[in-house]
Design a protein around this ligand. Structure first.
Ligand SMILES: NC(=O)c1ccc[n+]([C@@H]2O[C@H](COP(=O)([O-])OP(=O)(O)OC[C@H]3O[C@@H](n4cnc5c(N)ncnc54)[C@H](OP(=O)(O)O)[C@@H]3O)[C@@H](O)[C@H]2O)c1
Length: 408
């Protein structure tokens, strides 16, 4: 008989599906900061499976900003969008773009996994029909599952497309397996994909938020190819953390005051202050690196606070590659720096399934550490997201146990 509900981690037979499950939800009448927008409540377990769909018993979920943006509904009301685009009838949104779990049920045409397999979920969503029509992944069409697609990992069960499942390396705990794919996949593509500006041995690289999810992955990826990662952080603790995981040099951003948009060129006084800020930051970069060379690649994600500085300090012919706007979405810059010095601005959004498999292999071969820093219980999910929204969360990657009882 179908149980109506299972408590977290309660023993269950593989394939058995209850009526209800616990999920972290967002609703239109609660939009705002995580402490207001997020709530753990009972909702229906997804019941129907299409040809290529899989029901996953979620063991652990990774924490990242997607749930925060979704809860703020700014700049996009993702719940409204999914109701319109996917004809999703749910009145709530379940976030969560990172996770790991057990294959619980499979749709009739699934061949790549079977019930009982342990998998990591990758969030690059192409839509159900794409996988049938195209074997290659057209990345510009990618949507972030658990953000732009409803029904993410912060729930006891989640329904995914078959191509989202990647076998879990045996040596990883559930928490480790759940925490790294969004940050590692994104950093990998930003640093290694955009030829001819991919990172190379001996080249200096500037990484904002060195102790962030993206930062801890980026430092390791730089070291893998012999590039020299210089990172920026906001506290001595984060400085120590970054040195420990392989940063060549660390700059503390609290020592500088010229952040934000560039002033108007006609505003002589403020423009002169801005130039001094860039000069001081460039010198700090040289000092941290130990030589007078500019970064050939800048890994950007704070956005409004840092973008103008990033473009000013990147080497001629170098690239500022960006995937986010944590501090704000409006960046400006001096166009002359772009054309005279032939610099490149590149947008980058998560990655492909192929690159997720490459990343998992690196983790499996122990060349890339998931950098799991802290594991929280499901009951603490709202608190952790609020810590992240306030930039008070632990360095590295973070996991929340869903059905897994303890990190093992
Ligand atoms: N498009 C994509 O596919 C994609 C994928 C992953 C992440 N992202 C985005 O990238 C951003 C970072 O993600 P994450 O997971 O690495 O987040 P995270 O772990 O929370 O790290 C964010 C980092 O940004 C730094 N930061 C915050 N405010 C800043 C400011 N005003 N100036 C300079 N640095 C600032 C902080 O470092 P310090 O305070 O130590 O300087 C913090 O460690 C988020 O906005 C996220 O949504 C996008």
């Amino acid at each position: 008989m179908k149980p109506s509900f299972l408590h977290l981690g309660e023993p269950i037979t593989i394939g058995q599906v209850p009526q209800d499950m616990l999920a972290l939800t967002l609703c239109a009448d609660r939009y705002g900061e995580p402490s207001k927008s997020m709530k753990i409540e009972k909702v229906d377990v997804p019941s129907e499976l299409n040809d290529y769909e899989i029901l996953i018993y979620v063991m652990a979920a990774g924490v990242n900003h997607n749930a925060i943006w979704a809860g703020r509904a700014k700049p996009i009301d993702v719940l409204k969008n999914t109701q319109r685009l996917d004809r999703d009838t749910r009145s709530y949104f379940i976030p969560g773009s990172d996770g790991a779990g057990i294959v619980w049920r499979v749709g009739p045409n699934v061949t790549n996994v079977k019930v009982g397999d342990e998998v990591i979920l990758q969030s690059g969503y192409l839509g159900p029909e794409r996988i049938i029509r195209n074997s290659r992944e057209p990345l510009p069409n990618i949507r972030a599952w658990g953000y732009e697609v409803n029904g993410g990992t912060f729930a006891q069960f989640t329904r995914v497309q078959s191509y989202q499942c990647i076998p879990k390396p045996k040596h990883l705990s559930w928490a480790e397996a759940s925490c790294f794919m969004v940050s590692a996949g994104t950093a990998y593509r930003m640093l290694c994909h955009w030829t001819p500006n991919e990172i190379k041995a001996d080249e200096p690289i500037l990484i904002w938020g060195g102790a962030s999810g993206l930062g801890c992955m980026a430092i390791q990826i730089c070291n893998m190819v012999g590039a020299k990662p210089v990172v920026v952080v906001s506290s001595p603790e984060k400085k120590e953390y970054c040195k420990k995981i392989g940063a060549v040099g660390v700059i503390e951003r609290t020592a500088f005051h010229g952040w934000g948009k560039m002033p108007d060129i006609e505003d002589r006084e403020r423009f002169e202050q801005w130039r001094k800020h860039v000069k001081a930051f460039r010198n700090a970069f040289y000092e941290a690196l130990g030589e007078r060379r500019n970064p050939t690649v800048v890994l950007e994600h704070p956005g409004e606070s840092t973008f103008a500085t990033s473009l000013a300090v990147v080497e001629r012919g170098g690239m500022v590659v960006t995937c986010g706007g944590t501090s704000g979405y409006y960046g400006n810059f001096d166009l002359r720096q772009l054309w005279v010095n032939q610099k490149r601005i590149q947008g980058s959004h998560f990655t492909t399934r192929e690159q997720c498999i490459e990343i998992t292999k690196l983790v499996s071969d122990r060349k890339l550490n998931p950098c799991l820093s802290k594991v929280y219980s499901f009951e603490e999910a709202v608190l952790v997201h609020q810590l992240m929204a306030d930039n008070r969360h632990p360095p590295g990657n973070i996991s929340i146990l869903i059905n897994a009882k303890e990190e093992s």
